[in-house]
Design a protein. Structure first.
Length: 476
């Protein structure tokens, strides 16, 4: 078995390690998610090493000095981070020419040929769910016999093997939390709306929804929600609680944990018996009865993608959600004491000045505990990217998702709504949501009840407004 290094490479200052992978940009408040996809592959290879450079403050030079300790290097990459990740891969190869090095992630799954062509140092890229693909590489199997692999042959020719079948039995995957314990410091991972320290991992893959902008189901996970058994999930929680007793909250990072409501309820009941505090991603269509069962089972918070307060925009992006249903869902969460972190996107197809105003008013009406506002990002491999290219919303001069400093740009524009106006509307959204008297009073009350919360909110506030000032200055 090869000695394997799994690497989340260093990135720009302020890089946000979000969504369990390589997120697209710096965020208003810096946060770090666990590198779960890499950890899952590392769990299949005894003796492997996982380095998550950014949250741990590890510079590239320190990683390169270790290059000769490994036979195989696997780097997770994304469209925005690909250039900097390639620098890391080439540096590792220069230090150890015998090293077999390649990329995983949605960027290379969508464009394996273009990715390989970008540098002769890249030996392979793996598509979709890559864990068993990587294990077969580490076992020394010939590249030509490994499903799901694209690679550079000895003569430099780029080859593409048949895709790997989707994994159906998710219980085949070993726990990721032992990898976290061995290689990561849990104190380095923090999210503003989660209790610290927290742990996140997946209990299933795939999402039933067909949102045109969402990267993961369209590139690596698919649209069938394939899940681990209830007992398997509970066993990992039990292991992690015993091994890392300081953890205050568990987050299930499935695209939509509530897609399978009976299973969600079953897991909640078991977690309730264990006294576990937990949170998850959800769609704004969960009935009150299920919400109550989850709340009684220790659910503290839901991360909910509302995206827009305009019904036509929700239709345009195939969200499969009604605004009136989202209002009812929000009311149930408030009544039951479940906190909500709401996520919104500005600049989606159909966006106008009026729909932006409608969404801001909708957000203040449903009043999630916290929110984040993103700019529509047409990732390659998504229906939004194809639609934007066909309709002329994505021009060559503004096609980048982030600038050189990692700040998210507004790549889409419309005849009635330009790049700059979409970009500027994010600041206005935040200002109008958070600087309302009721929201300020709520935050002050929360801080007064907990000195720890006071320190956190003050730190986040400073980061938030510093980021917005910097972002605005770069825009002009």
């Amino acid at each position: 078995m090869m000695r394997a290094l799994f690497l989340q490479a260093p990135a720009c200052d302020g890089f946000d390690g979000g969504a369990g992978s390589r997120y697209q940009a710096r965020r208003e408040i810096r946060s770090f998610w666990y590198p779960t996809w890499l950890a899952q592959a590392a769990a299949l290879l005894p003796g492997s090493k996982l380095i998550d450079a950014v949250p741990h403050g590890i510079e590239l030079d320190a990683i390169v000095r270790q290059a000769r300790q490994f036979d195989l290097a696997v780097l997770h990459t994304s469209t925005p981070s690909f250039r900097s990740d390639l620098i890391a891969l080439e540096a590792l190869k220069a230090a150890n020419p015998a090293l077999i090095a390649g990329f995983v992630g949605a960027k290379v799954a969508v464009d394996p040929a273009g990715s390989l062509a970008s540098s002769p140092s890249i030996d392979f890229v793996a598509g979709n769910e890559f864990e068993f693909t990587i294990r077969e590489i580490a076992e020394g199997r010939e590249f030509a016999r490994i499903a799901g692999l694209s690679y550079r042959d000895r003569d430099g020719t780029i080859r593409h093997n048949p895709p790997r079948p989707v994994l159906e039995d998710m219980d085949q995957l070993p726990f990721v939390t032992p990898v976290y314990q061995r290689h990561l410091s849990i104190d380095k991972y923090f999210i503003g709306y989660l209790h610290h320290p927290y742990i996140s991992f997946y209990t299933g893959r795939g999402c039933k929804s067909r949102c045109t902008f969402c990267l993961w189901p369209q590139t690596v996970g698919g649209h069938r929600y394939r899940t681990r058994s209830v007992n398997n999930v509970i066993d990992e929680i039990a292991w992690a609680r015993h091994a890392m007793p300081r953890v205050k909250e568990f987050f299930f990072d499935d695209d939509t944990f509530t897609d399978d409501r009976p299973r969600a309820e079953a897991i909640a009941r078991e977690l309730g018996r264990m006294g576990v505090t937990w949170s998850c991603n959800a769609k704004a269509n969960v009935p009150r009865e299920t919400l109550k069962i989850m709340r009684d089972g220790g659910l503290r918070l839901l991360v909910v993608g509302y995206e827009s307060g305009n019904q036509q925009i929700l239709h345009n992006i195939r969200k499969g959600m009604r605004v009136d249903m989202a209002r009812t869902f929000a009311r149930h969460c408030h009544d039951l004491g479940i906190k909500v972190h709401g996520t919104f996107i500005l600049g989606l197809p159909g966006e106008t000045r009026q729909t932006i105003e409608e969404t801001i008013r909708f957000a203040t009406e449903i009043n999630p505990h916290t929110l984040q506002v993103s700019i529509a990002a047409p990732y390659p491999g998504t229906a939004l990217h194809r639609e934007a290219a066909e309709q002329g919303w994505l021009d060559a001069d503004n096609a980048e998702l982030v600038d050189d400093n990692g700040v998210q740009l507004a790549p889409l524009s419309y005849p009635h709504l330009g790049h700059q106006e979409i970009f500027d509307s994010v600041k206005d959204f935040y200002r109008r949501f958070y600087l309302r008297a009721p929201k300020i009073a709520s935050i002050v009350g929360e801080m007064a009840r907990s000195p720890q919360m006071m320190r956190r909110r003050l730190r986040e506030g400073v980061e938030f407004f510093r980021f917005l000032r910097e972002r605005q200055a770069k825009a002009h």
